[in-house]
Design a protein around this ligand. Structure first.
Ligand SMILES: [Zn+2]
Length: 288
């Protein structure tokens, strides 16, 4: 009996350890991250299914769907309800992608992967961080995981394509914000025309440390410089981003308004964002 009691205690402790392993940081400073937002059709078979600010994208194909980003852990039901409101099924998700391995985009990924059995494909630079739930992230890492770990089914590299049901997404390695941040470039079409879409992971700087003082990411400055240069050269019709506020969703779309892909054609807004990010980067590397 004593032996069993010992076992029960041991299991209980293990269970507690597991339960405590994931601790999402508080987001009370960002109420817009968990605020629901009505899903809508952006262009062709591309839909917005995220929260008010945490952008999640659904690409619908005859062979199943691709979901890019998941928001916070609490976003899982928001995404599911959104997909259903659009007339689709979460269960049809075949491929999961993320623009970066941070908890505000990865929070519900493990849960959605479990629900759908979809394949997680991630930029190779973020695979290790994904697998430990963000614990080893150079900036947001800690002893607990900010989100539930996800093991990648496929590692993606710059220029790789993700294909499903006639869709082909080009992976653009845009490191800096995380080691494996990436953007996606692909074509969608409706009855009128074709649109080249860029889902951009903007290289915002999150660390307060000097770039020269981050041993966990020695080539961070070179990565940001590469990403900024690469992003300036991209051509596209429509651009979107990891956060809705980054591409000005609220100026371009009103909930319930009619289908209007042209609203997201905005090279000027993209260039302005990059100009601002370039200035922040220059300031950062010149820090004494
Ligand atoms: Zn981030």
């Amino acid at each position: 009996m004593k032996k069993y009691l010992f076992l029960i205690i041991l299991l209980g402790v293990n269970y507690l350890a597991l339960a405590q392993k994931v601790a999402e940081p508080s987001t009370t400073a960002h109420p817009e991250w968990s605020k629901p937002y009505p899903p809508f059709q952006i262009a062709g078979n591309l839909y917005y299914v995220g929260t008010y600010d945490l952008a999640c994208y659904l690409i619908v194909t005859p062979k199943g769907n691709i979901l890019i980003n998941t928001g916070l852990a609490s976003s899982a039901p928001v995404i599911k309800t959104g997909i259903e409101a659009l007339g689709f099924k979460l269960a049809d998700t075949k491929i999961l992608l993320t623009t970066q391995a941070h908890y505000d985009h990865m929070g519900a990924m493990a849960a959605i992967k479990k629900l759908t059995g979809a394949k997680m494909m991630v930029d190779a630079g973020d695979a290790a961080v994904l697998a430990d739930g963000g614990r080893s992230d150079y900036a947001l890492g800690s002893t607990t995981s900010p989100y539930a770990p996800v093991k990648a089914d496929r590692l993606l590299h710059n220029g790789d394509t993700v294909k499903l049901g006639g869709m082909s997404l080009v992976v653009l390695h845009h490191p800096g914000h995380t080691k494996g941040s990436c953007s996606f470039l692909f074509d969608v079409k409706d009855s009128k025309r074709k649109y080249r879409v860029l889902i951009a992971n903007l290289p915002t700087i999150i660390t307060d440390k000097k770039f020269s003082e981050i041993p966990a990411y020695p080539h961070i400055a070179a990565d940001y410089a590469y990403t900024l240069a690469a992003m300036k050269k991209l051509t596209f019709d429509i651009w979107l981003a990891s956060h809705a506020s980054q591409f000005g969703l609220y100026d371009k779309h009103r909930p319930g308004s009619a289908y209007n892909p042209a609203a997201f054609i905005d090279r000027k807004g993209y260039d302005a964002q990059l100009k601002d990010l370039q200035a922040q980067f220059t300031k950062k590397i010149n820090e004494k």
